[in-house]
Design a protein around this ligand. Structure first.
Ligand SMILES: [Zn+2]
Length: 49
């Protein structure tokens, strides 16, 4: 299965690594989990609390 790419120039999906003369972006960015059970812990560590 090929990975989908996204062209930010013409706002369309493509399988090509470049489109409209620009590099395409991954259509599957790193997941962001708003319910990350460790998010609060990490924030406390970051701020030294
Ligand atoms: Zn394009």
């Amino acid at each position: 299965m090929k990975k989908m790419r996204f062209c930010g120039v013409c706002q369309s999906y493509t399988l090509s690594g470049s489109h409209c003369g620009a590099q395409t972006l991954s259509a599957h960015p790193a997941r962001f989990n708003p319910n990350d059970p460790y998010g609060d812990y990490r924030r406390r560590v970051k701020f030294g609390g």
